[in-house]
Design a protein around this ligand. Sequence first.
Ligand SMILES: [Zn+2]
Length: 346
Amino acid sequence: MLTKIVTVLLIFALFLSGCQSPAQPIDKQPTEEELQETPAENPGSDDTEKNTDWQAYQPNELGEVMILMYHEIGTKEGTWSRQVDNFRADLERLYQENYRPVNLNDYITGNINLPAGTTPFVLTFDDGSSGHLRFIEQDDGKYILDPDCAVAIILEMSKKYDDFTPAGTFFIYYPVPFRQSKWIAEKLAFLKKWGFEIGNHAYNHENLAKLSSAEVVEALAKNVRSTQEYLPGYQVTSLALPYGARAKDETALKSGEWEQTTYQNDAILLVGANPAPSPFAQNFDPFRLPRVRADGTELPRWLNYFQNHPEKRYISDGDSDYLTIPKDLEGKINKDKINGKKLRLY
Ligand SMILES: [Zn+2]
C-alpha cells in the first residue's frame, strides 16, 4: 500500500508541476497501465487504525451526511455558481472541520473507510460546466489541466493532505460535457483514472417530469450510451434529476433499455435542501437523496449547524469491521445494510 501511495504522490507531483509555468503538458492518451492504477486507499482502512481508542471520538455511524451540490465553478458567486477561490475555501474548511470526501457509490453502499473521528461528505457537480474540468491548450497542441477548475482543486487538496482522497461525481449531459468538444474522451478517461464518478443528468438536460415514460427512458439511456461511446464499458449508476424534476414513472428513473443500451441507477439525487441520512439508517432512501446547495449561504449554514449539533453528524469509528453508534439510536438502524459488520453500541 505504501508503494501505491508513493506512486500516486509522484504522479500527482509530476502532474501538478505541469499545471504551473513553465507548463509541462500531460499526455494526451493515458496509457492502459495508468488507467489501471487505483488511488491510495483511505488511511482508515489500514489495520493499525483498529487499535484506535474509538470512544474518544464519540463515533456515530448513524449520523447525517452532506451531499454537496455544486453547479458552476468560476468567476461569479451566486445561488448556482461558486467563485473558484470560495470553492477552494469550502474544501479547506471542510477538511479543517474533519470532513473527508467519499464517492457517492461508496456512501450508498456503506463502504465508508475513514479515519476515526472524521465525517464523510459527498461532492456532486451538475451540468458539466466548463469550470468543473477544463484543459488549456499549449503551443504544441498538447494540453494541461487548468489549475482553477474543480477537478484540479480537488487533486490539489489530495496532494496537500494524505487523508483527502480525490472523490466527486460529475453529472453531465450531452452533446458537449465540460464545454470543450475537443477533449471529451480524454476528460472522461481522466475522471475515471483519478477515481471520480460520472453520473447521468439526462441526455440534454431534459425536464423529466414533462416527458412520457418512453421519452424518459430514451433521455437516460442516450446519456449512458454517449458516456460509453467515449469510455467503453463504463457503468453509470447514479442520476441527478435536471431541475430536480421527478418523472411520474419512478421505474423509468431506476432502470430501462433503449436501442440496446441499458441503464440502472442505484442512486437518484434531488436538488436541495438538507443533509442526507446515514446509509445505515432506516430512513435512508437511495432513490430520494437530498443535497445541500453548496453556495455562500447554505453550506456555511449547515457547517455551523453541525458545529452546534455534533450529535447529528456522522462520525466514523475508524474501523470498517464495526458499525458504531450511540445506544439510544439502536432502533433507527436498517439491519439489512449492516453487511457483515459487527454492531457496537455505547
Ligand atoms: Zn442541471
